[in-house]
Design a protein around this ligand. Structure first.
Ligand SMILES: [Zn+2]
Ligand SMILES: [Zn+2]
Length: 323
């Protein structure tokens, strides 16, 4: 069967790989769609090392169950599922406390365990979340990055009517805007790229430089210096949630943090199984339309082109296994 893999530094090819074996606690998923994000391009460009080459890429995947392991009773062939691509161990102290994003033995699909850009993939059944048939494939493809965004909003404690500033309108920034709109907040967005700004506005965010004080800042751009500049607008007692990453140190002083009583918190992925379950319930209710962030669709055979398009395309690129 076919898979899209990194075969050499910065080279993506469609290669032949063996069929997956279905372990007793696994399901085999026939993939229908896989979204691409900055993490994938970091792998392709060599900024994140892979255990070996060739390396099957992709972690934002959805599909249909085609085989069920012998110990699994609550999954069926034919169900559509979204893959939660961080396999936490469920037994370490953080996992036992429900803080699975802090798992010390977490396997990250596409990073430490092979990715989802293959025609069929074996997935631990607990991490293959069934979703109702009326949710469109395009909305389903966004479940994973949307769950990252919704978990950041949940952890921030942002409430209806509060003033929120989102830094960056890449796909994570756009999904964060949708997650804020979902709870009755109209976010203000800062983004240098005109196409991304327009997309944010079309979703209902406001853009443009105001100097209004804000209750929350969400940093999704990963641009060095972005958070420091935005803190000037954070009210005393305000909360900054950091999702985007870079390795430059922050310039904010402890004097500023103490005198302004700011909370600055990192938000990494989501916690199992509550955050995925919550996003899926919201999509089944029709509470938001993440497919509006999808802007470019490619076929598996065009994987190399798709990875090149990720950085230049406002919104999200995805790979469809159909048609
Ligand atoms: Zn991603
Ligand atoms: Zn764990």
């Amino acid at each position: 069967m076919k898979a899209a893999a990194l075969t050499a530094p910065e080279r993506v090819d469609v290669i032949d790989v063996p069929e997956p074996a279905c372990g007793p606690r696994d399901v085999v998923v026939r993939m229908l769609g896989v979204g691409l994000c900055g993490t994938d391009t970091a792998v392709v460009r060599g900024r994140r090392k892979t255990p070996q080459l060739p390396w099957v890429l992709g972690h934002e995947g959805v599909g249909e169950i085609v085989a069920v392991g012998e110990s699994i009773r609550d999954r069926q062939v034919g169900q559509r599922v979204a893959v939660e691509p961080n396999y936490c161990c469920l037994s370490c102290d953080p996992c036992q406390a429900g803080f699975t994003s802090g798992c010390r033995k977490r396997n990250a699909v596409g990073l430490t365990t092979p990715g989802l850009l293959a025609e069929r993939v074996a997935v631990p059944a607990a991490f293959a979340h069934p979703i109702a048939d009326h949710v469109s494939l395009a909305d389903l493809v966004c479940v994973e990055p949307l769950t990252v965004a919704r978990a950041a909003v949940r952890r921030s404690g942002a409430r209806e009517q509060q003033h929120c500033l989102v830094l960056g309108a890449g796909s994570q920034g756009l999904l964060l805007c949708q997650s804020l709109l979902e709870i009755g907040i109209t976010p203000a967005v800062q983004e240098p790229h005109a196409g991304r700004r327009e997309l944010a506005m079309s979703l209902g965010a406001t853009v443009g430089d105001t100097h209004q004080e804000v209750d929350h800042v969400f940093e999704t751009s990963g641009a060095p210096g972005a958070l420091d500049a935005a803190l000037e607008r954070l009210r005393p007692g305000g909360h900054a949630t950091v999702v985007g990453m870079n390795s430059a140190p922050l310039a904010v002083s402890s004097h500023a943090i103490v005198s302004q009583q700011w909370s600055i918190t990192g938000s990494l992925i989501y916690d199992h199984p509550v955050d995925f379950a919550d996003t899926i319930a919201a999509l089944e209710k029709g509470a938001l339309e993440p497919h509006r962030v999808l802007q470019a669709r490619f076929h598996l055979d065009e994987a190399a082109e798709a990875f090149t398009a990720v950085a230049a395309t406002p919104g999200k690129c995805w790979i469809s296994f159909e048609g």
